[in-house]
Structure formats: C-alpha cells, structure tokens
Design a protein around this ligand. Structure first.
Ligand code: PMP
Length: 454
C-alpha cells in the first residue's frame, strides 16, 4: 500500500487509470486532477492537505459519513471469519442471508425477496432479466420492452445505459430497441406554458399512448427514479408516480423504482417510493447508501408475486455474479443500517435535509440561478444566461464546471452537470456546515456570474 505517496507520484501512476464520465483527452493533457486521499465525517482531504466539504458524498453514496470505525470493523471481522464464498447453487452465508432479511423488513410489505449484485447498473439489469424470465414463465415471451424517461439515469452497463436518457449514451448503446423513452417530467423546462396539473395530464397521455403504440403485451416494465438524479435532480409533478403506477398496473406492466440514490436516508426514509411518493413498486433497485459506499453492493428487491412465478418448478434461474452478496459488502451494509437505525438518521434528515433544501432554495434569488430543485439532501441548481427566458449558457461556457471549480477553491466539492450543479452531501451535515455550504455556493456563483457578464 502506498498511502503516503506524493501528489506527483500519484499523478504519474494515474496516467494508467481511465477515469469515468470524463474528458480523457483533457486529462491526458494536464494534471488538474484532484487526488482525494483521506476522509473523515462530512469532509475529504486532498493530497495537498486541503479540507473539502464532501458536497456529493463521494457519488451520492457515503450517507453515514466517512471514516466510521464500526463499518470498518464490520469488514475486517467478516474477512477474518469468511473472506469469500459465493451465493451460487445451494450455497449461502450468514451476512448475505441476514442482510436480505433486514432489507425485506425495511422495504414495502410485498417486497420480500432480494437479489444482490455489485452496482446500481447490475441491479437494474438484474431487474429486467428477472422480469423477462418471469414473463417467459407466464407464457408471455414477447413482453420484454421497457419504458424509461428522457432525463433518467439507470447505469452504465449496456442495458442500464439503454434505459438511461439518450443524452448520456452518445451513439454507443444499441440495446435501444428494447427501450422506449417517455417525456421528461421536468415541468420548469418542458412544461411549455402548461400548469403543473396540465403537464401531468400530458405526461400520462404520453404514457398511455406509448403503451397503446408499443402494445402492452410487448412491455415488461416501466422504470423510474423517485427523483431523477444524474439527469439534473428532476422532481416530477405531484401525483406522477401514483398515476404512472396505476396505468402500469392496469396494463400488466411492472413498476420498477430505481432507488439507487433515493433510498437509505437521503430523502428522510429508508425507501422513498412508498413513504414519500405513495407507490408500492413491484421491484425496487438500490445500491449506494445501502453500504454508504464502504463496499460495492446493490440490491434488486422483488415482490412475492414475481418471486412465486420465478421460483415455481421448471426452468432454472440462470443469473449470477461472482460477488453477489459478497460477505464483506453484506456485513458492512448490516453495520451501516444499524448505525442509521440507532442514530435515527432518516428521521434526522427530515429536519436537517429540509434545512439544506431551504438554504439552497435561497440561492434562487440570484440572477444567474434559473431553478433550484430537489428535496432534502438531493438538490440541483440550474444556472441560466437569462432568467426571464430561461435561455441556457452555451455548452462551451461550461458554467457548471466553472462554479464547481470556484466552490472547490473555497472548500466545497459540488458536482457540475452541464448547466447545473448537483449537491448530495453526507447525511451527517449539521446546521453550521449546511450554512457554510450555502455561503460557499453563494460566493462561488456570484464570483463566476461576474466573469460571464452577469
Ligand atoms: N441508478 C441511479 C438512479 C443512479 O444514480 C446510478 C449511479 N449514479 C445508477 C443507477 C448506477 O449505479 P452504478 O454506478 O453503481 O452502476
């Protein structure tokens, strides 16, 4: 292990690392990379020793905060007892079994069966494969297509990327035949002068027409994040999820709630789909906050009804990842959930997350801020060239990137996403740090606004 290497050493080694969602050419040309090599609580530290508020919790995942000894101990104890065994064939092990039971307890009543994988993408792929298997077994082999939405993000494996908004997939993804993208539910951008209620009706019409056009007998699932994350933190009009789920049910289409980001406390609940949006999905996928990022793990949680069909006598279940329910990942997830329950973290977020939300909403008064959106510890800020007309900055201005850079100089990591900034911090942020985050964002946005003629 080279924990104390110099920044130059690390950057030289880093020339061999391919980063994700990045401009590879720019990375090759310069050394403006941030080396994060230590973390504690709500903060991370770069290799030059600078303290930064982790405004994105790693990647929407370090919900209980960094450096929790209890979680670290859970991993080492588990590795000491059982480093690895698979959950293939008839094998199982204590931590995966107990974690599955715990998740079934926390999830909506009819979701009692859990399939583990290692990423949100694999959880979503698993959900679709499971539904294809389910439909084959019901004698409906054509029922395979998926309804997703413009603006969605469901992952980077081939299928998950096909379900993601086409804006992310460039031209690489050709599983697109399987997926139909419905309209984005973003009222502020896409509402075209309609009231929110009218816009909701239009979205439901789009859903019904798409089902009629594709044929309900050809559609396996509708997949939706309760609040879209990487698409810019988009909150759908009130009632959207309940009405979508009703239409799906009437057409024998399974409703998948992608709670990779929204579960495990980020919105003040263990699962947001039912408690916040009133929907009981047929499948929930989750990852990230499940282990608070201390180990890679995801869960595809399926209903009793789906499970009964796929577990009935007949064809085998031919699906599996070597590391499904890895002992160390399962052990850390159990310890993570224990911390969340003991500290009543989701309940706490209903107060502190709301404070965070209102602190960020106050930035809406700035001239360059078009919309502040989101909920609790999941927020987005869209910057605009002209507030009245909502005209965006040209892409080459890289306005989001400029503000993120200005914020980092002032001690805060925020994530740029086109013309928006995403904030999804650790859930342990307390009022003083929330206020400081708001101040840094205000200063950074104001400073950048001046440089682009605002
Ligand atoms: N679904 C959602 C809603 C996500 O935000 C993400 C990742 N940001 C994924 C799926 C994919 O998860 P992973 O990167 O672990 O594959």
């Amino acid at each position: 292990m080279k924990l104390n290497a110099t920044t130059d050493d690390i950057l030289s080694a880093d020339n061999h690392l391919i980063q994700s969602f990045c401009d590879l050419d720019a990375l090759k040309q310069n050394t403006a990379r941030t080396v994060i090599n230590r973390a504690e609580g709500a903060f991370v530290y770069d290799s030059d020793g600078n303290e930064l508020i982790d405004g994105i919790a790693g990647l929407w995942c370090v919900n209980v905060g960094h450096g929790r000894q209890e979680l670290i101990d859970a991993v080492t104890q588990q590795l000491g007892q059982l480093d690895y065994y698979s959950t293939f064939y008839n094998f199982t092990h204590p931590s995966a079994a107990h974690l599955a039971q715990k998740i079934a307890d926390l999830a909506p009543a009819s979701l009692n069966h859990v399939y583990f994988a290692n990423s949100g993408s694999a959880a979503n792929d698993s959900a679709i494969r499971i539904l294809h298997h389910y439909n084959e077994r019901r004698g409906k082999p054509d029922k395979k297509r998926v309804l997703s939405r413009h603006g969605a993000y469901h992952g980077s494996t081939y299928l998950a990327m096909a379900m993601t908004t086409p804006a992310f997939s460039q031209t690489w993804s050709s599983a697109s035949d399987l997926v139909h993208h419905l309209r984005s539910p973003h009222h502020w951008r896409e509402g075209g002068g309609m009231t929110e209620a009218e816009f909701l009706d239009a979205l439901m019409e789009d859903l019904e027409q798409s089902i009629a056009h594709l044929g309900a007998d050809n559609i396996a699932a509708f997949i939706a994040e309760p609040i879209m994350g990487a698409g810019g933190v988009i909150v759908a009009p009130k009632g959207y999820h309940v009405r979508s789920a009703e239409i799906c049910r009437a057409n024998d289409i399974k409703y998948i709630s992608d709670e990779v980001v929204t579960a495990f406390g980020r919105l003040g609940h263990f699962f947001a789909s039912q408690e916040m949006f009133g929907v009981e999905p047929d499948i929930i996928t989750s990852a990230k906050g499940l282990t608070s990022g201390y180990q890679p793990l995801s869960a595809t949680i399926i209903s009793d009804e789906i499970y009964e069909v796929i577990s009935a006598p007949g064809e085998k279940f031919l699906h599996g990842f070597t590391y499904s329910g890895h002992p160390a990942a399962s052990a850390v997830a159990l310890a993570n959930i224990e911390v969340m329950e003991r500290e009543k973290l989701p309940e706490q977020v209903r107060t502190t997350g709301k404070q965070f939300e209102s602190t960020l909403r106050d930035l809406g008064e700035l001239d360059i801020v078009g919309e502040v959106r989101g909920s609790h510890f999941m927020m987005g800020i869209e910057l605009v060239k002209d507030k009245a007309t909502k005209v965006s900055f040209d892409d080459d201005v890289e306005i989001g990137g400029k503000v993120a850079e200005a914020a980092q100089k002032r001690g805060l990591i925020a994530r740029p996403l086109g013309n928006s900034l995403i904030l999804s911090p650790t859930l342990v942020m307390q009022p003083d740090l929330i206020e400081k985050t708001g101040d840094i964002l205000r200063e950074s946005i104001t400073a950048v606004a001046k440089t682009v003629g605002h």
